[in-house]
Design a protein. Structure first.
Length: 253
């Protein structure tokens, strides 16, 4: 009998120890979860403060302060994937507002506009989200450089991109209706599915571009160089305006 009582006591003690250990683990997990939540809230608050300060700098009179705001937003884009689409939209709006008129004759694109474009060109497009589209409608950016930039599905129509340098850019599915691309350099640019209806590409260099399913209806290709263009068809050319100086790929000449 004594032996049985001893075994029961040992068993109860063991169960109590297991229960205490389980309760301790639960308490530790709850404490860790609470700590993580508190850290997340602190981080979110810090990002909100940084975002508010950066956006505030965009309205400053001094160019260097606006540049600081732009690069601060770039850093937040990198630190907070959730805020990436919002900031990209803010910077897109900044470009539209500050590039609504062309630069003064003989001057370059303003440094702050160029910086915003660079941030957008080098962003991680995988964080854009399904509904995000860059909106550069009606911008005046003659001579802009957007090398290897991502303009996938962007709205760029009725824009002034005369003399633009778009080497290696991705314009897949972009809408560029009635856009002025006179003398633009678009070597190795991806134009698959782009809508160029009514665009002016007079004298533009489009060598080694991908023209798969591109809409060239009423596009002015007089003097343009499309030698080496891939996936360009005779049907596409029939809808465009060409002249004796238009250089087409072998087989379409």
């Amino acid at each position: 009998m004594a032996r049985r009582i001893e075994l029961v006591s040992i068993l109860l003690a063991s169960l109590a120890a297991v229960a205490a250990l389980w309760y301790s683990n639960v308490q530790v997990r709850q404490a860790n979860d609470q700590a993580r939540q508190e850290r997340a809230l602190v981080k979110e608050g810090q990002i909100t403060d940084r975002y508010t300060a950066a956006v505030g700098n965009l309205g400053a009179d001094r160019t260097d302060v606006r540049l600081g705001g732009i690069y601060a937003l770039q850093r937040i884009m990198q630190d907070s994937p959730r805020d990436h689409p919002t900031i990209a939209n803010v910077l897109g709006a900044y470009v539209r507002i500050h590039a609504a008129k062309p630069p003064t004759k003989g001057q370059d694109i303003p440094a702050d506009v160029d910086a915003a474009l660079t941030v957008l060109a080098t962003r991680d497009a995988t964080r854009d989200g399904e509904d995000f589209r860059l909106d550069f409608r009606s911008v005046r950016l003659p001579g802009v450089e957007f090398v290897s930039g991502d303009l996938t599905s962007a709205w760029v129509h009725r824009a002034d991109l005369t003399g633009a340098y778009l080497y290696g850019a991705d314009l897949t599915g972009a809408v560029m209706i009635e856009t002025d691309l006179t003398d633009a350099i678009m070597v190795e640019t991806d134009l698959a599915g782009v809508i160029l209806t009514g665009a002016d590409l007079t004298g533009a260099v489009l060598t080694d571009v991908d023209m798969r399913h591109a809409n060239l209806t009423d596009v002015d290709l007089r003097g343009a160089d499309l030698s080496g263009a891939r996936n360009l068809t005779k049907e596409q050319i029939e809808f465009a305006r060409t002249d004796g100086e238009t250089r087409l790929p072998v087989g379409l000449s």
